[in-house]
Structures are given as structure tokens and as C-alpha cells.
Ligand binder design. Structure first.
Ligand code: PGA
Length: 245
């Protein structure tokens, strides 16, 4: 499976930052990486980011509504994201689960909507620090997979991102053993439910991935790419991570 290196700009990025996308697209063109490259920008930038990316890298969104259209003031459907130029969308990021009360069922509905619109999805899961201390990391991830990954969609259109909450934006990265253990468990949960079809699902790691640790993380078994927050905002840092593949 081709690794997937995805950036998540979160609520960062104005028109003046489009040059970073342009630079990443240029470096991918100059030295084609052994990975699919995606940057998930704020919805306001999707169309212009897709223009400057010129199909050299994918442009994604960070959330979508589960409905196609209707009286949902302020919400954006998966069809609208696709229409704006997105090829993928992150769903169930822990910041949305925490700050917007997104449940597993809501995340599954969003993943289904993305599939309906023809978008790839990155479905995020991961335990909190206290859940890990209580020895619940594996069971939390299993529950999130059970609830957030929908049936009835082409499984290969989905990637999972394991993002322990205590590693996001903190500089604290799990040990290689911890990453390997959770990724193996995720693979096993997928296989139990979907059999061989699950072999095509990429499992990304996310949480404080930086140029200096990317190579080691990406070399671990069952790590099929990375979801990168802070280090995706600057082209030079993100390119170094892409180069680590
Ligand atoms: P980080 O964020 O790389 O800044 O830790 C990762 C994420 O939230 O996807």
C-alpha cells in the first residue's frame, strides 16, 4: 500500500499562506515521493488551494455534515466540499469530538456522506491520557472503530488515523512499542469485522509527527502514513516529512 502523508491545517490559513501549498506541490513535482500527499485546509481555502496544487497533491477538508443539503445554517456538506475541489475529508478528529460533541454515530454518518460524495476519508480515533493510564487504550480504539467506521461503504475509501489525544500538539510521541501495539490492534479489529477487505485500509499515525521523528515512525509495522498538524503549516517541514517516506 502506498503511504499517505496528510497535513491538517486546523483553523489556520489565510490566502497569504497559499504559497506553502504551491511550494509543497512544486517539490512533489520535482521529486515525486513514494506516497500520496494531501493537505486538509480550512473550507475557505479549498478552491484556491486546489488551484495552486494543480492536482500534484490532494486537497482535503477537515469536517463535513452528513446531510446533502437543507436547512442547516453554517454547515457544509460532503458534496459541497467535493464541488469546491476537495478529494478527501478528515472526520471524527478528536478536536471535533471534544469541542463539538461528535459521537461515534455522527462520525460514521459523516464518513458515509463523504463516501456518497466521492471523497476519501480519514477517520480519527485515539485515547485520552487518562484512558491510557487506566489501561484502556486498546478497548477505546476498538469501540471507536466499531462505532465510527460505517458499513456499506467501499472500505478502501477510508483510512484510519490513530491519534492519541495526549500526543496531539504536545511533543509527546508514544513509544515505538505503543504505536506498533495499537496499529496491530486496529488492523485486527478491521480484519475481524471485514476480513480480507480490511487489508486495503491505511492506518495513519498522528500526534507530534515532525521531520526529526517521521522516519522512525513511518518505518514501524502497520504504519501506513501520517496525519500531521503543526508541522504541515510550513512547506519546508512538511516536505521533510514527505521525504522521510
Ligand atoms: P500535531 O496534530 O501534529 O500538531 O500534533 C496532529 C493532528 O491533530 O492531526
Amino acid at each position: 500500500m502506498r503511504p499517505w502523508i496528510a497535513g491538517n491545517w486546523k483553523m489556520n490559513g489565510l490566502s497569504s499562506q497559499l504559497g506553502e501549498i504551491e511550494a509543497i506541490a512544486a517539490s512533489v513535482m520535482a521529486a515525486p515521493p513514494h506516497a500520496d500527499v494531501l493537505i486538509c485546509v480550512p473550507a475557505t481555502l479549498i478552491t484556491r488551494a486546489a488551484q495552486v496544487a494543480a492536482a500534484r497533491i490532494g486537497i482535503g477538508a477537515q469536517n463535513c455534515d452528513s446531510e446533502v443539503s437543507g436547512a442547516f445554517t453554517g454547515d457544509i456538506s460532503a458534496e459541497m466540499l467535493k464541488d469546491a475541489g476537495a478529494s478527501a475529508v478528515i472526520v471524527g478528529h478528536s478536536e471535533r469530538r471534544q469541542h463539538h460533541g461528535e459521537t461515534n454515530a455522527m462520525v460514521a454518518a459523516k464518513a458515509r456522506a463523504a463516501w456518497r460524495a466521492g471523497l476519501l476519508t480519514i477517520i480519527c480515533i485515539g485515547e485520552t491520557e487518562s484512558q491510557r493510564k487506566d489501561g484502556k487504550a486498546l478497548s477505546v480504539c476498538a469501540d471507536q472503530i466499531a462505532g465510527s467506521v460505517p458499513d456499506g461503504v467501499a472500505l478502501a475509501a477510508n483510512a484510519l488515523a490513530y491519534e492519541p489525544l495526549w500526543a496531539i500538539g504536545t511533543g509527546h510521541v508514544p513509544t515505538p512499542e505503543q504505536i506498533v501495539q495499537v496499529h496491530a490492534h486496529i488492523r485486527q479489529c478491521l480484519a475481524v469485522r471485514w476480513g480480507a477487505a480490511a487489508d486495503h485500509v491505511r492506518i495513519l499515525y498522528g500526534g507530534s509527527v515532525k521531520p526529526d521523528n517521521a522516519r522512525a515512525i513511518l518505518a514501524l509495522p502497520e504504519v501506513g502514513g501520517a496525519l500531521i498538524g503543526g508541522a504541515s503549516l510550513k512547506a519546508a517541514e512538511f516536505e521533510a516529512i514527505v521525504g522521510a517516506v
